[in-house]
Design a protein around this ligand. Structure first.
Ligand code: CU
Length: 529
């Protein structure tokens, strides 16, 4: 079937929302501009013979107008058939508003974004444990705007929106906010990993600045959200298991890595068709709970224009970009030779145990008439984020990420987990670990004394990485400081970064973005005063 480069056909296979509304998700997506291919209810085969190739579907877009975007997300379960690595499975997953992934929110600097969350999940069956670092309350939720520079009182993640409750988040996006690729996900301590294992993540794009650079503007702008789905015992053939759900996080090592697989925008191994020489801007987000992903397109270079939503000064061609959970990379891709290409995630040695397997995330068919488009070179960087010079630093601090396998961790399912700590302690909602004066510029050195990687993330303000013990960052040499909001700390290694706290006072968190670490204690409270 012939497809023009801009015609992206919807290929999701989830069919029904389990809520009072009983909407059909395929119809919902079609109404928002994508054509639907149903492989749902009528299909009972496990093969792929009758299944059209899934095309890289674009999430529905909710766009601000007249300075405002106001929307509402119902949190509910959906059930339906999903294409997985072992065939079609009947699955049941928690979702934002019925979508695997979530709608893409597009706003501009100066806009007001409001999102009403209504939690329609069933009641929690457990009580709050004595140690909040025991995973719990998997049906409680809240909202975090990852990477957004907004007031901590607005991006408030210490909230518990219980089943049956509703809450409206309002975010005032500063008029000088950088344009770039940010994202949203639930951040309820104790259930963050559970929600991301259902793929509950969507893009939050701030438009402006770099979007108007001619070669960037000319590229086809595509969302590329990588979700990690973990359905327990996926290899079990039906009818041994007829319904696949994310298992509750109730054992110290709950989910076999082998049971994880990856979707892109809610679809397993979608295909993208582009003309030779045409440029596409892939907004790649690693929304997995715990998998660091070295991303590559064998046979092609990745032309990076931004990392974590912050535009680079110049397009940076690389063979691989390594994305820790939560990292984003905006990549301009141009494939000049007709043929089939793959977007791959390489194997990665996270720490103890076997490395994660490599995976094909998506396919690219390069066909059609040569277009000979130009790659951008110099880029428009955000004016409000000049490099942080050493002389600007007002204070130095350290943080030490550590893991003790001595039975001193939180109790999970009656067993003690390993103890995941920052500066020797687990998260305690009654203790503020970092008090920071407004207008401070801190140079942090992050140490990792464990044999596994940890991904340091801090809310509200991005940081600039100036040194790293391995000499390479995101898969390439660190030759100049790099702005990020989430950085992988190598095993037995360190990272030095500088961070400004120029405006917003308030309470927020820093934590490991491997969410199975965060949920069991690898998090601190930060108060800017
Ligand atoms: Cu960690």
């Amino acid at each position: 079937m012939a497809r023009s480069p801009d015609n992206f056909v919807e290929g999701n296979t989830i069919s029904e929302i389990e809520s009072g509304r009983r909407n059909f998700i395929l119809g919902g997506l079609a109404a928002l501009g994508s054509a639907a291919i149903s492989t749902g209810c009528g299909s009972s085969n496990n093969g792929t013979a009758d299944i059209p190739p899934a095309t890289l579907v674009q999430p529905p877009v909710l766009r601000s107008s007249n300075g405002e975007l106001s929307t509402a997300f119902d949190i509910n379960y959906i059930s339906g058939n999903m294409t997985t690595p072992v065939g079609i499975r009947s699955v049941r997953l928690r979702t934002w508003d019925g979508y695997i992934g979530g709608p893409t929110l597009r706003v501009k600097p100066g806009d007001r974004l409001s999102v009403t969350i209504t939690n329609n999940l069933p009641p929690n069956t457990d009580s709050i444990p004595p140690d909040v670092n025991t995973p719990h309350h998997f049906n409680s939720i809240n909202l975090h705007t990852h990477g957004l520079h907004v007031s901590p009182g607005q991006d408030y993640v210490l909230l518990d929106i219980m089943p049956g409750e509703s809450y409206t988040y309002v975010y005032d996006i500063p008029a000088d906010h950088p344009a770039g690729t940010f994202w949203y996900h639930a951040h309820k301590h104790g259930s963050t990993a559970m929600h991301l294992f259902s793929g509950m993540a969507g893009l939050l794009i701030v438009e402006g600045e770099v979007d108007n650079d001619p070669e960037v503007a000319a590229a086809t702008d595509l969302d590329f959200v990588i979700q990690e789905i973990n359905l327990g015992g996926l290899g079990d053939e039906p009818p041994i298991k007829s319904l696949y759900e994310v298992p509750d996080y109730i054992t110290p090592s709950p989910f076999a890595r082998a049971d994880s697989f990856f979707l892109v925008n809610g679809v397993y191994q979608p295909r993208l068709t582009i003309a030779p020489g045409r440029t596409v801007r892939l907004r790649v987000l690693n929304a997995s709970s715990r998998n660091t992903m070295p991303i590559s397109v064998p046979g092609a270079q990745l032309n990076l224009i931004s990392l974590d939503g912050i535009t680079l000064a110049n397009t940076k061609p690389v063979d691989t970009v390594r994305l820790a959970p939560a990292n984003r990379a905006d990549i301009i891709l141009r494939l000049d030779t007709p043929g089939q290409f793959e977007i791959n995630k390489a194997s990665f040695q996270n720490g103890g145990g076997s490395p994660t397997p490599e995976a094909t995330l998506a396919y690219i068919d390069v066909v059609g008439t040569e277009q000979n488009m130009s790659l951008p070179t110099a880029l428009t960087t955000p004016a409000q984020l000049p490099p942080i010079q050493a002389g600007e630093v007002t204070e130095t601090r350290t943080l030490t990420y550590a893991v003790a396998n001595d039975g001193s961790g939180p109790m999970i399912g009656g067993m003690a987990a390993a103890n995941f700590t920052i500066d020797g302690v687990r998260f305690d909602p009654t203790v503020i670990n970092q008090i920071i004066n407004l207008n401070s510029v801190i140079e942090w050195t992050l140490f990792n004394t464990s044999d596994a990687w940890h991904s340091h993330h801090i809310h509200i303000n991005p940081f600039q990485v100036v040194a790293i013990s391995t000499g390479e960052i995101q898969g390439f040499p660190l030759t100049e400081p790099v702005w990020l909001d989430t950085v992988d700390i190598p095993p037995q290694g360190s990272v030095t970064l500088r961070q400004r706290f120029p405006d917003f006072a308030g309470l927020f968190v820093l934590h490991c973005h491997i969410l199975t670490h965060e949920d069991i204690g690898m998090m601190q409270l930060v108060n800017v005063v």
